[in-house]
Design a protein around this ligand. Structure first.
Ligand code: FAD
Length: 393
């Protein structure tokens, strides 16, 4: 055990993964979460092989494999159910050495939470100010009983899309913008076996992912103006997806209206010049909010956390140097995944021009399976730093 103390701002998947990665390196951690209750809002998640490897490095792989669904992605279909591209799942697993996982967000969040000492997690704690000095950093927050100040050797800004820590460290950065798409999602009981797959129509995508325990996560995405709300969101979905191939109408019919979540999708078109300022590091959506088209946002947050733990393995002594290494190892990769995800959305879900749409579908049909596999494996083929699993306690 070293005597180093970190404050993590935000108790989402990124913040809890960072706390766990530091815990495994002997750090003491305080997690400050502004919500009154520590929980994950949302339905399911696809965790690609890189994310699964990251969770393995955090010691959670076996629990999540039990709690989720080892997912062999089926491929991409058109709205009539004809395959545009199929994934050779066995070959993918052979190349990447592990399957992807479909998991309920609540399961992942709970598994992370339970791996941490409960006394480290503080809810109703809204961080208002972060400052980095030469010897320590300082965090000011509003707790349930009034204002508090904490000193730490390291502060991790894992406060998500609208990160206050990011805005404070880079006040002139333009911040996230709407990416042009809105999504609806739900996790439902659906005990019939179906493979994870996505379906594209003009300016529209529907995806389905088994997440274990007889549950299925589905999402629908449409090009739409931001900020919309409908009195009956399921009716909007039935209007767009109600005549798409089976089992899409059945999934919508099996969904209780009150479990449907609607979110506008944002990303960060101007990448940050650094993820680090002195003793403060950004992580997850605070550093690189991305569109969900490659299913990589949480995966990149988990990768960030594993690398942060590895570079901070020696404790508080060399935090600025450790964070410089964190920035070097994480910024290029996560920003290229974010860029690729945006492009995947433009060429996939968002494509609606009929000529471009037909040309894209034809190109997909004639692309050899091994080329598709290579492009899918490109971002999923990440390994944790060599000592992440072995030297951790
Ligand atoms: P968040 O989950 O946003 O957590 C930030 C936390 O910080 C929150 O709990 C918030 O309350 C707290 N906070 C904020 N401000 C403060 C403050 N001032 N003080 C204290 N606490 C604060 N990723 C995948 O890998 N696979 C997928 O399949 C996938 N699908 C997605 C589908 C959709 C529709 C969307 C929108 C995203 C998807 N993602 C996916 C992305 C993934 O959800 C995010 O990248 C990931 O959850 C980010 O985690 P985070 O901890 O960085 O941020």
């Amino acid at each position: 055990m070293n005597d180093s103390h970190a404050v993590v701002v935000g108790g989402g998947i990124g913040g809890l993964s960072a706390a766990l990665a530091l815990h495994r390196r002997g750090w003491r951690v305080t997690v400050l979460e502004r919500a009154a209750e520590l929980r994950e809002v949302g339905a399911g998640l696809s965790l690609m092989a890189n994310a699964v490897r990251g969770l393995d490095a955090l010691g959670l792989g076996p629990a999540l494999r039990r709690g989720g669904h080892g997912e062999a992605p089926g491929g991409i279909r058109d709205r009539h159910g004809r395959w545009l591209s199929r994934v050779d799942a066995a070959e993918m697993i052979r190349q990447l050495g592990t399957t992807a996982l479909g998991v309920h967000r609540a399961t992942l969040h709970r598994t992370l939470r339970e791996a941490l000492p409960a006394s480290w997690l503080h809810t109703d704690a809204k961080v208002e100010h972060v400052e980095s000095g030469p010897d320590h950093a300082e965090v000011r927050y509003q707790g349930p009983d009034g204002p508090h100040t904490l000193e730490a050797d390291l502060v991790v800004g894992a406060d998500g899309l609208r990160s206050r820590v990011r805005a404070q460290l880079w006040p002139r950065h333009p911040g996230p913008v709407y990416a042009g798409s809105t999504t609806w999602r739900a996790a439902i009981a659906f005990p019939h076996p179906i493979p994870a797959a996505i379906t594209w129509g003009p300016g529209a995508e529907f995806g389905m992912v088994p997440i274990g325990d007889g549950q299925l996560y589905w999402y629908g995405a449409l090009n739409a103006p931001p900020g919309g709300r409908a009195p009956d969101e399921l009716a909007v979905l039935r209007e767009h997806f109600g005549d798409w191939h089976a089992p899409i109408p059945a999934l919508l019919a099996a969904t209780p209206p009150d479990v449907v979540l609607r979110n506008d999708i944002h990303h960060l078109p101007v990448p940050l010049p650094s993820y680090v300022c002195g003793r403060v590091a950004l992580l997850g959506d605070a550093a690189h909010p991305m569109t969900p088209n490659l299913g990589q946002g949480a995966g990149q947050a988990i990768e960030d956390a594993v690398v942060l733990g590895a570079v901070c393995a020696d404790g508080a002594g060399g935090v600025p140097a450790a964070l410089a290494a964190y920035d070097r190892q994480r910024r290029g990769r996560s920003q290229s995944v974010a860029r690729a995800s945006h492009v995947a959305g433009r060429l996939g879900q968002q494509l609606h021009n009929p000529i471009a749409f037909a040309a894209r579908n034809t190109a997909l049909r004639i692309t050899p399976a091994r080329v598709m596999l290579r492009s899918m494996a490109r971002y999923a083929d990440w390994r944790p730093p060599a000592d992440s699993a072995s030297s951790a306690s």
